[in-house]
Design a protein. Structure first.
Length: 226
């Protein structure tokens, strides 16, 4: 008998047993005994259903596990390659950002120095003026000289679908400092660091709130749509 025929046979049996529940009434010992017998029949039919589908489910589960294992086998080298590529890109980006910031600081220092010299020149001119009004005017001009804020544009051009997000994480540095218990205290064996909860706290506070024994780290994580 084919699997389809077996399934249809069980389905028919279930329908025949289940339909007897329509109009079932217990109003005496005899009808009660019949209902108990009917319940036994239902349970026997249920067992035949589970006995039939049990091996099928097991076979399907084994097939699913084999598929998942094969998928994992093929994805693992790709995941590792992606991590390595992202690390290489992130390392380069960090190096270029350091260069950008250094150049920005250099140019800002030049702008600040230029503004300082201009203020000094105007102040010296003010000191030479004999008219109080003109002297005040020149000093006000000197005070108004402020260096512009220098911004150096990033040299890196991101591609379409590429983004970077900041991810805050927590790192346990000292369980003793976190709990306030001395090293070697037997109570330390009762304590377990909840990494998931600590990461959520890090995300919420972004390192502003200090916690003894815990270090909060912000990492740049690159994402790229396929």
């Amino acid at each position: 008998m084919t699997e389809q025929a077996q399934t249809e046979g069980i389905q028919h049996e279930v329908q025949m047993v289940a339909k007897d529940a329509i109009g079932l009434v217990v109003n005496g010992q005899a009808s009660r005994d019949m209902a108990i017998g009917y319940i036994r029949e239902i349970k026997q039919t249920s067992k035949r259903v589970t006995d039939y589908f049990g091996p099928l489910k097991k076979s399907a589960h084994e097939t699913w596990k084999a598929i998942v294992a094969k998928e994992k086998e093929l994805l693992e080298p790709l995941d590792m390659a992606e991590r390595k590529a992202k690390i290489a890109v992130s390392t380069y980006d960090q190096e270029q950002e350091a260069v950008r910031l250094a150049e920005q600081r250099r140019l800002q220092a030049e702008a600040d120095e230029k503004a300082r010299r201009e203020r000094e020149r105007l102040e010296k001119e003010a000191a030479k003026l004999k008219t109080e009004a003109k002297r005040e005017e020149r000093l006000e001009a000197a005070a108004a000289v402020v260096a512009p804020t220098v911004e150096v544009a990033p040299a890196i051009e991101k591609q379409a679908g590429e983004s970077t997000r900041k991810v805050w994480k927590a790192r346990l540095v000292s369980i003793e400092a976190l709990t306030g218990l001395p090293a070697g205290d037997v109570r330390l064996s009762f304590v377990e660091f909840d990494q998931a909860a600590a990461n959520k706290f890090a995300t919420a506070t972004k390192g502003v709130v200090k916690v003894p024994g815990v270090e909060f780290i912000c990492e740049s994580v690159m994402a790229l749509r396929a």
